[in-house]
Design a protein around this ligand. Structure first.
Ligand SMILES: Cc1cc2nc3c(=O)[nH]c(=O)nc-3n(C[C@H](O)[C@H](O)[C@H](O)COP(=O)(O)O)c2cc1C
Length: 350
């Protein structure tokens, strides 16, 4: 099988043909230089910096010196949209002791960080990017003191194998109510800090994403599709209601995680890992009806099945799949969902 990742357009075309992927490709890049309106705001071009944590905040959760340096560089890069990295809204939901964590006592630090990005970009490029802050609770990946302190929606044998996590670490419905409130408060703080929008993160198996496949969980957050998507939908609705106006409420959304039913979202129920868009489409429609106009679609879990999450040339396992096949899965999966949003005209996906 072909393992080489393309390095030139010619090689890309050759591999695209050999693998029969039918990936679209254009040498005309002018579209990247066109604006994209979102609500009452405008993204000045089509380049986006995806969310990327540096784990370099202060102990108190504020952006540190290295965080600032990173965002200076992103700002200078000229992207029209900067998806500001995973930022915890509850201390116990931090993924590491240096993950950013927004709260009332460090709000001024976040204000200065946002101003700095906008000023740097304006000075360097003549325009400022839109900046969306990713609000998160790390769930099973929580490690606020540097050692694993998972908070899970349900025990999952794919992850836990034969060693289930203790019941006391399965979050209760009351706890999830508080997470929802913290996400909405995080959105309000993000707005106060000057961000253009907030992302209620629901991907990569963090807490909100894990709930999407909590088929066997009892109570208000498990079982039916309505229950499994409750935390996301209610946090989005709450953020819309409290932040309102021009503030963008979005989500980096898992639409397929590549785990078989009953442990995966967006999969067929026949035990395979085949993509089934039915539930993601329902969710997209609900988010659209709440007024969501911008979504950041993603798939997979970077820690467990990275070949679903990004072009995967090498890693901790062999998958027998060319990296471009992973690219095609993500691109075609997103394309299959796009008409749902297009019908209402004003929804965009990145
Ligand atoms: C160091 C690092 C940090 C990341 N942090 C985040 C994050 O905070 N939030 C998020 O949604 N994705 C995060 N990601 C995932 C990236 O946004 C992106 O989806 C992934 O790297 C695949 O895209 P690529 O093939 O362009 O790297 C991170 C990835 C890396 C490598």
């Amino acid at each position: 099988m072909i393992r080489k990742v393309y390095t030139t357009p010619e090689e890309f075309h050759e591999q695209n043909r050999l693998l029969e992927l039918d990936l679209p490709f254009s040498g005309d890049l002018s579209v990247l230089n066109t604006v994209l309106p979102v609500g009452n705001k405008v993204i000045p071009n089509r380049l986006a910096c995806q969310a990327m944590e540096g784990c370099d905040g202060t102990a108190n959760g504020a952006p540190g010196e290295l965080t600032q340096r990173r965002y200076d560089r992103f700002a200078k890069g000229g992207a029209g949209l900067i998806w500001f990295e995973a930022t915890a809204v509850m201390e116990e939901g931090r993924a590491n002791p240096r993950q950013l964590w927004i709260h009332k006592d460090n709000l001024d630090d976040f204000k200065r960080q946002v101003e700095r990005i906008k000023e740097t970009a304006l000075r360097e490029n003549g325009y400022a990017p839109l900046i969306v802050m990713q609000a998160t609770h790390s769930g099973r990946y929580s490690k606020p003191e540097g050692k694993p302190a998972p908070l899970i929606a349900y025990n999952n044998p794919i992850f836990e194998k034969n060693a289930p996590i203790g019941k006391e670490r399965i979050v209760t419905d009351d706890y999830l109510d508080r997470v929802g409130e913290a996400l909405v408060e995080g959105a309000e703080l993000a707005k106060e800090a000057g961000f253009d929008g907030v992302d209620i993160k629901a991907c990569h198996r963090y807490l909100n994403c894990e709930l999407l496949s909590a088929y066997d969980r009892p109570g208000r957050y498990g079982g039916s599709l309505e229950n499994r998507t409750r935390l996301l939908r209610e946090s989005v609705a709450g953020a819309m209601e409290r932040c309102g106006g021009d503030f963008i409420v979005s989500s980096r959304l898992n639409v397929y995680d590549g785990f078989p039913y009953p442990y995966g979202f967006g999969v067929k129920t026949d035990g395979s890992t085949d993509f089934d868009p039915a539930e993601p489409i329902w969710l997209l429609q609900k988010l659209r009806s709440l007024g969501v106009e911008l979504l950041n679609i993603t798939m997979g879990n970077p820690y467990f099945n990275p070949h679903v999450n990004r072009p995967f040339a090498s890693g901790g396992y062999e998958i027998g799949e060319h990296p471009l096949e992973g690219v095609a899965r993500m691109l075609k999966g997103t394309a299959a969902l796009r008409p749902v949003c297009k019908r209402r005209r004003r929804s965009h996906m990145v």
